[in-house]
Design a binder for this molecule. Structure first.
Ligand code: ARG
Length: 464
């Protein structure tokens, strides 16, 4: 049996036969770009209205096109639309259905545009919506963190460097560190959105068009700040997708770091935090287990998202101007990254909302590992006027003494301390407790509960 097909109804004028089955398989994007159906129809409706306003098509044709496109959209929304691989992509699937519905005027819709500016437009509209959704998702996560920070502003915990106990910090301060990170992600998304908000529609295939189109009209109808200024650039630019992916990668990196902390903190060895049953799973063989699977999967999602970024950077490198079919490979990367990021954000928001810091184990852990040694050295500087380097040395000797004796710094007697430095008085004990330590760190951006609450108030005001 011959598999010779008819040539493509939309562009097959010069073709004697249709594509090989393998050609169709590699060429068609409808399986994934149907996600841009709404954007495609929105763009076409704006284009049709402009064509009519400019006298390029009649008002009645524009009306038929605009109404017909709404019917197509309702069919797609209702799941009644039959997507065809032979029609390659969402653009031709929609237009072909429009022709079934309204007949001849459908053929006038594509006047003064090309699939090249059409796909750039649709994809931009899709990515722009995602950028807005990520901002909303980030704000929800920040709000959950702010609730944790406020409730735990004076809960002490160990602060680490090298994952070794360094100095006591507060739970609230630690939560607020992530608020800062996610706030930068939000601001990066917002910046990228401003930069990308130029309409490619009307760039046509690559050179613009001879029809008297009004690009300002379509740009403003579609919520863009202006039309893009160079038609070659407009159809070959995927910077907006790359910026979405790179910003998503950085955000996913933050999520991954936090997820890693939650995995460690929820272990029996740390017991810093209890994750809710809603965001944990059991083991099929070990009945006692409660695993932080959501955190682990969030930790891993960054791998997919970074993969998408590297894939698209690699697809775009070396492409000559203007459009090349390589660029069709942009969408799956962005769709997958967007889905992964949204899911990771939602899961993290749920986990943060539910989790409970274990104050007792946090406080015990905060006091171990000579975590107030810096407070002791600072006291020697402040009270005895010692140069910091000498104070560091004296404190080191006291830490060694405590370590040899198997005790913590506050457990050393005054006499023991004075054997290292005769001028030490019992005032020193006031700074050796973890609560005093954190309360003293009042420098701007420091861990003192007072400072943490100021930051909570600032961010509540910003995103409340
Ligand atoms: N499906 C194509 C894409 O996603 C649409 C643009 C096709 N343009 C072309 N000249 N073949 O990139």
């Amino acid at each position: 049996m011959s598999d010779k097909k008819q040539s493509n109804a939309m562009w097959g004028g010069r073709f004697a036969s249709g594509p090989d089955a393998i050609m169709e398989a590699i060429n068609a994007s409808i399986d994934f770009d149907q996600r841009m159906a709404r954007q495609d129809i929105e763009g076409s409706r704006a284009h049709a209205a402009m064509l009519a306003q400019q006298g390029i098509i009649t008002d009645s044709d524009a009306l038929a096109i605009r109404e017909g496109l709404l019917t197509v959209l309702s069919e797609i929304d209702a799941g009644e639309f039959e997507f065809s691989k032979a029609l390659e992509d969402i653009h031709m699937n929609v237009e072909s259905r429009l022709k079934d519905l309204i007949g001849e005027p459908a053929g006038r819709l594509h006047t003064g545009r090309s699939r090249n500016d059409q796909v750039a437009l649709d994809f931009k509209l899709w990515v722009r919506d995602q950028m807005d959704a990520v901002v909303v998702g980030l704000e929800a996560l920040m709000k959950a963190l702010l609730v944790q920070a406020e409730a735990g502003a004076d809960v002490v915990m160990p602060g680490f460097t090298h994952l070794q106990v360094a100095q006591p910090v507060t739970w609230g301060h630690h939560m607020m560190a992530y608020v800062e990170m996610f706030a930068r992600d939000r601001s990066r998304m917002q910046d990228a959105r401003v930069r990308m908000n130029e309409s490619p529609l009307g760039a046509a295939a690559l050179a613009g068009t001879g029809f008297p189109i009004d690009r300002d009209m379509t740009a403003s109808a579609l919520g863009f700040d202006r039309p893009s200024a160079n038609s070659l650039d407009a159809v070959s630019d995927r910077d907006f997708a790359l910026e979405f992916l790179s910003t998503s990668s950085i955000c996913a990196t933050h999520l991954s770091r936090f997820a890693e902390e939650l995995v460690i903190w929820s272990s029996a060895q740390f017991k810093f935090v209890t994750l809710s049953d809603r965001f944990s799973t059991g083991s099929s063989i070990m009945p006692q287990k409660k695993n932080p699977d959501a955190a682990e999967l969030i930790r891993a999602k960054v791998g997919r998202i970074n993969g998408s970024l590297v894939a698209l950077l690699t697809i775009m490198k070396g492409l000559p101007l203007a459009y090349s079919k390589d660029m069709q490979e942009d969408k799956e990367q962005v769709f997958d990254a967007a889905d992964s990021l949204m899911l990771a954000l939602a899961a993290m928001t749920g986990m943060v909302g539910d989790m409970a810091p274990n104050k007792d184990s946090l406080e015990v852990a905060a006091a171990t590992g000579f975590s107030t040694a810096t407070d002791l050295a600072d006291w020697l500087v402040r009270e005895l006027g010692m140069p910091f380097r000498d104070a560091h040395h004296v404190t080191g000797a006291l830490v060694k003494m405590a370590e040899d004796g198997g005790v913590d710094l506050p457990d050393l007697t005054l006499a023991q301390m004075q054997s290292v430095c005769a001028d030490i008085t019992d005032g020193v004990f006031g700074v050796l407790g973890v609560h005093n330590s954190v309360a003293s760190r009042l420098s701007y951006g420091g861990t003192a509960p007072k400072r943490v609450l100021e930051q909570v108030a600032r961010w509540n005001k910003e995103i409340g």
